[in-house]
Write a protein that binds this ligand. Structure first.
Ligand SMILES: Cc1cc2nc3c(=O)[nH]c(=O)nc-3n(C[C@H](O)[C@H](O)[C@H](O)COP(=O)(O)OP(=O)(O)OC[C@H]3O[C@@H](n4cnc5c(N)ncnc54)[C@H](O)[C@@H]3O)c2cc1C
Length: 295
């Protein structure tokens, strides 16, 4: 999930005067006049295919646990939709005080695409993390700039009758967006198993939402939480995501057209997907490369 800044020195090198003027004009227009795209007759959309450079006002920032906040931004009008495809991320931009360089990082909105007027994120703060610290410092009324959408997994309804999502920590956000998009589509029949591995009980983000989906879609959605460092008396399963756990919840490469999605911190992804030196858990279980998608 870690991302490197993308803008380093690029804006200052290699651009001729005319290009600079042109880019400057576009940036000025976009930065100073954030607008939504609208197709005739349909609700306006905040993000289209290309760059947006949209500045959005923070409506609220709510702590979820000691390292994660839920940030809710207002879209330009109350009927504006995000316009993002399922599980897309957005590149955010800030220029932290005292920093020589701007900071650009992707984050995956958790707002349902059909919900108008808002854009929500779960942001985990990392020690000395530039953008996550900046976003945690924002107060209601402050603004944040969103540059461009990054397409997520190109989901085709009912292509995979049975899917397993394996998430760790803040890696849950693209999974949540995909699960929400699948379950809320009345045409869909896909069965989903979510395996969510975290450090502590408080790190089980979006549990209320997942438990509600499990109740509402029995037989189509189940969630299993496993905590490496549970609190005393925790009702949740203890430990990491293991081969035994995945087999127990029914993940199997033999299910026709199955697919497994992975998104988590580097050690978890290495354990599941393997390293140059050793095969991962999924390969040991018999999953082939084309059955696995890593966000
Ligand atoms: C497509 C995509 C979608 C993403 N969506 C989300 C999201 O919805 N919510 C969210 O909270 N994050 C998300 N991320 C991660 C996010 O983009 C940043 O990488 C993260 O917030 C850290 O950025 P930073 O500037 O705060 O930290 P940096 O300044 O880049 O790093 C500071 C320190 O934190 C460590 N660090 C950075 N990232 C991680 C990590 N993932 N695990 C462990 N240590 C780390 C670094 O090694 C460094 O020591 C997403 C990443 C990608 C690629």
């Amino acid at each position: 999930m870690a991302a490197r800044p993308l803008f380093t020195n690029r804006l200052t090198t290699g651009l001729g005067g005319v290009a600079v003027a042109g880019v400057g004009a576009v940036l000025y227009y976009r930065f100073m006049m954030p607008t939504a795209h609208a197709d005739s007759g349909s609700p306006p959309k905040a993000f289209g295919k290309g760059p947006a450079f949209l500045s959005l006002k923070l409506e609220s920032s709510v702590p979820i646990n000691d390292n994660t906040k839920r940030l809710r931004f207002e879209l330009p009008t109350q009927d504006t939709l995000t316009g993002l495809s399922i599980s897309s991320a957005l590149l955010t931009y800030s220029w932290p005080k005292g920093s020589w360089l701007p900071c650009v990082r992707p984050y995956t909105p958790i707002t349902y695409a059909e919900e108008p007027g808002v854009l929500e994120f779960l942001i985990k703060k990392y020690p000395n993390g530039k953008q996550s610290t900046h976003m945690h410092s924002l107060q209601a009324g402050d603004t944040m700039r969103f540059l461009v959408p990054i397409p997520g997994y190109k989901w085709t309804p009912n292509k995979h009758p049975d899917v397993t999502f394996i998430a760790g920590g803040a890696g849950i956000t693209p999974m949540y967006a995909l699960i929400e998009g699948i379950l809320r589509n009345p045409e869909e029949k896909t069965r989903i198993t979510l395996v969510f591995g975290v450090n502590t009980d408080a790190d089980v983000l979006l549990k209320k939402e997942f438990d509600a989906y499990a109740q509402r879609y029995p037989g189509r959605f189940k969630a299993v939480y496993t905590v490496s460092n549970p609190m005393p008396g925790s009702p949740l399963r203890k430990g990491y995501v293991t081969k035994e756990l995945l087999e127990e919840v029914g993940a199997s490469p033999k299910v026709k057209n199955t697919k497994v999605f992975v998104c988590g911190p580097p050690p978890m992804e290495a354990a599941l997907m393997g390293t140059r030196k050793q095969p991962g858990i999924l390969e040991q279980m018999g999953y082939t490369k084309d059955q696995i998608y890593k966000f």
